[in-house]
Design a protein around this ligand. Structure first.
Ligand code: FES
Ligand code: FE2
Length: 392
């Protein structure tokens, strides 16, 4: 950094980022940690009869649904001579490569080699198309990209399992910039850390850019941070209506779960949705959301307004004048330079989250399973504290 005495930018050192935390590729520390958990790779409706490209954790994959209704996720390069299964045809039993017609099921087993003298013969067992387990829940397709012998049970979340009257669960795939941006061009951690940064709410979403959320959120909160069993929890206390206390609890749950009550509705009670921050590669992420709803399309309906417009409607000048989360987080750069940061007391949640990740990296390094990874249905049932509450 520049020396404090003059502050001249001339003294800046070459900036660096914490690769251990930020990078997600195969074989990197965080990449291996994230590969111990299930991640959403698409909406259930994305898995269909047309092969679809999916990018996650620096890998490119092909998602499809066979004629029997099973979702499949395979490595794109055909194990015969390498063309992509993106041009494949989806059939009753699996996906057929366009080039020489090899047919693979959702677990990569080869069922047919039409150009061979005995198309369904024993030679089929000599190959296997690389694949990953896929499982559907809450309207999303989840994938496990880790070592097969450490595959955990796909978790269930109480807030998406226990329904109120008339409620069902819906999934949505475009919640950055109020749906104006699907793939954000920056590192996933920049978004995930934002979950435990409640002090930015009254500033960025309040006084700086004008109210982007409901009015109560504009008040400066008194915040406490705590570790939970699987993440970091921030409790923000603000004055509520009629002299009552407005208590808002948000959680960042490992590996990438954003458990945040909707700041656009003054609704009280336990959290109604979960957002997954999905690292696409080191410099891109996207979000999938599943939430309890009463009416179809409800998740996508609550859009923040910036100067009376949705994010997508803003001109470049307005983006500069009324920045929101997208501008602030993408503005930190493709991967934020951690060497140039100065964390203060209000960044306690961010520091705690990084520490929690560091501890999981150490656990993994010494052969242990990270937190939140469960191998029985009972252990994979997750209860969270997040919500908005009015108290006397
Ligand atoms: S390259 Fe796929 S069948 Fe030949
Ligand atoms: Fe925000």
């Amino acid at each position: 950094m520049a020396t404090i005495d003059t502050g001249s930018a001339y003294g800046l050192k070459k900036p660096t980022y914490n690769a251990r935390l930020a990078e997600v590729g195969r074989g990197t520390p965080m990449g291996e940690l994230l590969r111990r958990y299930w991640h959403p790779v698409g909406l259930s409706s994305d898995a269909g009869a047309t092969p679809r490209r999916v990018r996650i954790l620096g890998e490119e994959l092909i998602l499809f649904r066979d004629g029997q209704g099973r979702a499949g996720l395979v490595y794109p390069r055909c194990c015969h001579r390498g063309t992509t299964l993106y041009y494949g045809k989806v059939e009753e039993r699996g996906i057929r490569c366009c080039y020489h017609g090899w047919l693979f099921d959702v677990e990569g087993r080869c069922l047919e080699m039409p150009a061979e003298p005995d198309p369904g013969g024993r030679q089929c067992q000599r190959v296997r198309q690389p694949w990953y387990p896929a499982q559907e829940r809450y309207g999303l397709v989840f994938a496990y990209l880790g070592p097969p012998d450490r595959k955990p049970v796909l978790p269930r979340y109480e807030c998406l399992e226990v329904m109120g009257p008339g409620e069902t669960v819906e999934a949505d795939d475009s919640s950055i910039g109020s749906g104006g941006i699907v793939i954000a061009p920056c590192n996933w951690l920049q978004h995930f850390e934002n979950v435990v940064d409640p002090y930015h709410v009254p500033i960025l979403h309040g006084s700086f850019s004008g109210p982007q959320f409901v009015e109560q959120m504009a008040a400066f909160p008194k915040v406490t941070f705590e570790y939970g069993p699987v993440g970091v929890k921030a409790t923000s206390i603000r004055p509520g209506p009629d002299g009552r206390t407005f208590r808002r609890v948000t959680e960042a749950v490992l590996p990438t779960l954003r458990v945040v009550p909707n700041p656009r509705v003054a609704q009280y009670g336990r959290v109604e949705s979960i957002g997954w921050t999905v690292p696409i590669d080191d410099t891109h992420y996207r979000i999938y959301v599943a939430g309890r709803i009463r009416e179809k399309g409800e998740l996508a309906r609550f859009k923040s307004r910036y100067n009376g417009k949705t994010w997508a409607e803003l001109t470049p000048e307005e983006h500069q004048k009324f920045p929101g989360d997208v501008e602030a987080q993408v503005g930190q750069g493709p991967i934020s330079f951690h060497s140039e940061e100065h964390l203060m007391s209000s960044d306690q949640g961010v520091a705690m989250l990084r520490q929690m990740f560091q501890r999981q990296l150490e656990a993994l390094g010494s052969g242990k399973d990270p937190v939140g990874v469960a191998f029985t249905e009972a252990d994979a049932y997750v209860k969270l504290d997040a919500g908005q509450y009015l108290e006397d």
